[in-house]
Design a protein around this ligand. Sequence first.
Ligand code: SAH
Ligand code: SF4
Length: 349
Amino acid sequence: MTPLTSLSREQLRDFFISTGEKPFRADQVLRWVYKKGVFDFQSMTDLSVELRIRLSETLSILELEPIQKVKASDSTKFLFKTCDGHVIETVLIKERDHLTLCVSTQIGCAVGCRFCATALDGLIRNLTAGEIIQQYLIAQGEAGERIRNVVFMGMGEPLANYDNVRKAVEIMVSPWGLDLSRRRVTVSTSGLIAPLRKMARDPLLRDINLAVSINSPFEEERSELMPLLKRGSLKELMKILKSFPLRPYRKITLEYVLISGINDSLSHAIALAKLLKGFEKRFKVNLIPYNPDPNLPFERPSLERIMVFQSQLWKRGISTFVRFSKGQETFGACGQLRAKRYVLKSQAV
Ligand code: SAH
Ligand code: SF4
């Protein structure tokens, strides 16, 4: 069955035309799904009973099955089972005055960052646009208030799944879809060069927020920490980011996971500032204190060391913030998600 949540308005209108229906039926169905949160064709009362039956035989709406919900004080983690039996994770984060949803884009990840739990099992497969959108729809149904912010910072590398991520973003920001503001959708990437170039030319994707995981200002060390990235890619990356088309007042976020004894020294901070010299206003840096994982040999630096690192950047004119992952006491939070260990459990259910 075709998942409706993988289709753009255009594609859904074509679908209705090809089945001998009027294209405006697409708008009726989209309204039920994205505006009213109705995921069952039988409840779409402005469609004929016969059409409702036909639709439920050819289109699916929700394929993801919620299997667990873990609540922490500031966030909720959802585990979803896909049709082929994998488990993905989505985190709903309660900020001071709004909700942010952290969605996954792949099952596993091929970039292989040494410090990241998602990398431990390699890449299993890409998620479809529908599976990305369904994470939002189900979390929204549970949230009780509208989720206005989405970050693509869950499992996987969004730009390695370009077409599906692009489609999901189109559904998120379109008035007929989730109708989110482009300023409130953020794609986080490890910095894949070719898709970043494509993104810079893409009128849809270059208009949302861009976050790039830097993690080290040193070419060699960075490609050791993030193995899929080739030597020379940091230089190339900085060149692209310095000329990336930005809307007025927008900045590119650089994410930097601070790992004790690895990338948290004074010389790292100074080298990072040097990398941005002359472009200080174009970037802001988010320092993410490392979230330890029992399967990985890394530790979080002391608060004092984190503050010293931050002050070095401020001193050099770079807006720098420390961002603790939410929900970390209860579960590995956004950016520290791992599916495989749950697959066995969920199959046993
Ligand atoms: N693949 C994309 C998006 C998912 S990872 C990327 O790498 O940007 C989202 C963020 O979580 C990245 O900045 C990553 O460096 C960070 N991250 C991964 N593991 C982490 C951990 N154990 N503690 C803190 N941050 C982590
Ligand atoms: Fe993939 Fe991002 Fe984890 Fe690196 S940090 S392995 S790119 S999910």
